[in-house]
Design a protein around this ligand. Structure first.
Ligand SMILES: [Zn+2]
Length: 89
């Protein structure tokens, strides 16, 4: 498993076997980086995963709205339109 290093100047987190020579975000030198302990690293990974889940949910909900709008536009009969409208909201 790779290690995580955090820039003490800007908070940028770098993943790798060793800290970078310079921070890609604020250009602070390598000495400004500290390796995160396992607990802190796991928290970062968990937050990455929840960010991914968030993004996927947003994309899915946008797709649901698209499908509902298509169904509403087709306007086959009131129960259908009502179901699509409910789902959209
Ligand atoms: Zn930095």
């Amino acid at each position: 498993m790779k290690k995580l290093f955090k820039c003490s100047v800007c908070g940028f987190v770098y993943e790798g076997d060793d800290a970078p020579d310079y921070c890609p975000k604020c250009e602070a030198p390598k000495e400004k980086f500290a390796q995160l302990d396992e607990e802190a690293a796991n928290k970062i990974y968990a937050s990455d995963r929840t960010n991914d889940i968030h993004m996927e949910l947003i994309q899915l909900s946008m797709r649901i709205v698209e499908l509902c709008e298509e169904g509403i536009k087709i306007n086959l009969d009131p129960p259908c339109v009502s179901a699509f409208t409910k789902a959209k909201n």
